[in-house]
Write a protein that binds this ligand. Structure first.
Ligand SMILES: *Cc1c(COP(=O)(O)O)cnc(C)c1O
Length: 233
């Protein structure tokens, strides 16, 4: 019987092979990319196993789940960079500021202020990415591309936050190449004003190749490594 560790190791190898092939096809270097393994709905023991397999970056999308899981994994020795990749309510920002190293879904000035205040209270700093909506239908989160400059300026004025770039999810049913090409343009415009904002968080299990083609620096991969999530969660 393969252990969970064997299963995770095999899935990681398959995912690394996909990333390597995508980098080769795009003429990019694997070292330009950070793989963020998304562990939502899976237990802290998986975070510990992943850390043991060399994973350095782990992502969660809900504070209620992330806080105890990251704490337990840390207590068991997993030293990982903690990414909060999900939509964030303003009233949860201070609590997330206690542990998140990278916040991917900053999409409004009010959230910037709440995060900065929480970080200041905890004596911490964090990296911030602006989530951009590539969807014409509102509701799935992310800033309107036209609002990116104002949010960037808000982040840049906070010493607790370092503006590192943009994040997006390809719209459901849309061509991910078109979506990520648009994101790359938005990222280039942002870099013109904020040269330090060089990260592009894009690409998940189903579309990581398209993200690599369009300059992603951070891939957020869950299912391909952890397996299918329970539909009940
Ligand atoms: C769950 C999630 C992912 C990972 O999705 P998979 O399809 O399981 O790889 C990536 N980004 C965000 C924002 C997520 O919520």
């Amino acid at each position: 019987m393969p252990t969970r560790r064997d299963e995770l190791a095999a899935n990681l190898m398959d995912t690394e092979a996909r990333i390597a092939a995508a980098c080769a096809a795009a003429g990019r270097d694997r070292a330009e990319l950070t793989l963020v393994v998304v562990t939502k709905t899976f237990p802290a023991s998986d975070v510990v196993e992943l850390a043991g397999l060399g994973v350095r970056d782990v992502g969660e999308n809900r504070h209620q789940e992330a806080a105890p899981k990251f704490a337990q994994a840390y207590a068991e020795g997993a030293r990982v960079v903690r990414h909060m990749i999900g939509q964030l309510q303003t009233n949860k920002a201070a609590a997330v500021a206690a542990y998140a190293d990278v916040v991917h879904a900053v999409d409004r000035p009010k959230l910037v202020r709440a995060l900065a205040a929480g970080l200041a209270r905890h004596g911490r700093t964090a990296a911030a990415l602006i989530q951009v909506s590539l969807d014409d239908a509102p509701g799935r989160g992310g800033a309107d591309p036209g609002d990116v400059p104002d949010i960037a300026d808000a982040i840049a004025t906070c010493p607790e936050l370092s503006l590192r770039g943009v994040m997006a999810v390809a719209p459901l049913g849309a061509d991910p190449d078109a979506a990520f090409a648009r994101l790359a343009q938005i990222a280039a415009q942002l870099r013109a004003d904020h040269p330090e904002a060089s990260w592009i968080s894009a690409g998940m299990s189903g579309d990581l190749e398209a993200a690599v083609r369009h300059g992603a620096t951070h891939l957020r991969v869950g299912t391909a490594i952890l397996g299918s999530r329970s539909p009940l969660l």
